[in-house]
Every structure is written in structure tokens, then in C-alpha cells.
Design a protein around this ligand. Structure first.
Ligand code: IMP
Ligand code: MG
Length: 179
């Protein structure tokens, strides 16, 4: 059943499950022989991370970070660390899990931060990529789906903290965020 605030389903639960299998396989191949630290950016990455790691077959560790840079539907420049890592990542291969890469600004900041903490490699896996909105020259190494410039919710993505629990990615009805 579709949520009444959703205009249309953009990516179904089945499509996400399938894509996570492919991404997990590719990541497991690329990191063969390594033990990457997989860092989920709270809170949007949680459903995607949970689905993705089922398909990662190499040894890895999970960590979480919370940074804030976003309110409502417009992206701002800066990030603040609300929850930092529980362990040192010095000398480690790090894979950041993101819900969506839009401007790329917060992601660039987090990447720089992780390198400054001594990571030897920092890559990014993102469920969604909205390349039309990019303002910083950064690309996720692994992308689930490239989407057009529409505000989306579900599978971790929120509007004012709501809808993260939807099992699909949908487009929010415009009248709910435009005056
Ligand atoms: P950006 O790279 O500056 O766009 O920042 C990325 C963050 O903005 C993501 O982690 C999301 O939390 C949020 N975001 C960007 N686009 C959307 C969207 O379409 N729906 C919900 N959140 C979004
Ligand atoms: Mg968010």
C-alpha cells in the first residue's frame, strides 16, 4: 500500500533489494583481502546499509557517524559532527554509506575529515545520486540509482524526519513542501 503523501513510487523495494545484491558483490570483490570499516551516516543510510551488508561477504566492521548540514529541502554549506566514530580509523580502508548525494558538499567534508583521521582510502556507496544538483566535484564510487532532480523520501530519506520507514523510494507530493 502506497503512503497517501507519496505522488509516485520511483524505486520499488524489489529493485532496491536486487541492486543491493549487485553492489554488495562488487564491493566484496573490490575489497577482497581487506577488512574495510563501513561507516553509515545517520540517519538516512540505515535501511540501505542494513540491506547492503547482507550481501557483503568479506570481513568488515560497522561504524556510524552523524553529521548535520541539512534542514527542510535546501542544502547548506557546513557540517557539524553530532556523533563521532567509536574507534580509530588510522591506516584503515573506509567505505562511507550515504542515502543520497546531491550537492556533494557534506560528503566532501566527511571524506576530508576521515582522511585527516588517517584513513588510507575513503570511498562512498550511495543509494541515490542526483547529479543535476552537484556543486562540488565529487562522485560516489558505488551508486544504487541515478535519479532526476525531484525531492524523494523513503528507504531512509526523510522530509522533516518523516517517511524514513517507507520500504520504497517515492516522490513526495509537492503541496506538502511547497507553499
Ligand atoms: P547534499 O549532498 O548537499 O545534497 O546533502 C546530502 C543530504 O541531503 C542527504 O544525506 C540527505 O539527507 C539530504 N537530501 C538531499 N536530497 C534529498 C531528497 O531528495 N530527499 C531527502 N533528503 C535529501
Ligand atoms: Mg537527511
Amino acid at each position: 500500500m502506497m503512503n497517501e503523501d507519496v505522488k509516485k513510487v520511483l524505486i520499488s523495494e524489489e529493485e532496491i533489494t536486487e541492486r543491493c545484491k549487485e553492489l554488495g558483490k562488487k564491493i566484496s570483490e573490490d575489497y577482497a583481502g581487506k577488512n574495510p570499516i563501513i561507516i553509515g551516516l545517520l540517519k538516512g543510510s540505515v535501511p540501505f546499509m542494513a540491506e547492503l551488508i547482507k550481501n557483503i561477504t568479506i570481513d568488515c566492521e560497522l561504524e556510524f557517524m552523524a553529521v548535520s548540514s541539512y534542514s527542510g529541502t535546501e542544502s547548506m554549506g557546513d557540517v557539524r559532527i553530532n556523533k563521532d566514530l567509536d574507534r580509530s580509523i588510522k591506516g584503515c580502508d573506509v567505505l562511507i554509506v550515504e542515502d543520497i548525494v546531491e550537492t556533494g558538499k557534506p560528503l566532501q567534508k566527511v571524506k576530508d575529515l576521515l582522511y585527516s583521521k588517517g584513513a588510507v582510502s575513503v570511498k562512498v556507496v550511495a543509494l541515490l545520486d542526483k547529479p543535476d544538483r552537484r556543486t562540488v566535484d565529487i562522485e560516489a564510487e558505488y551508486v544504487g540509482f541515478t535519479i532526476p532532480n525531484e525531492f524523494v523520501i523513503g528507504f531512509g530519506l526523510d522530509f522533516n524526519q518523516k517517511y524514513r520507514n517507507l520500504p520504497y523510494v517515492g516522490v513526495l507530493k509537492e503541496e506538502l513542501y511547497k507553499e
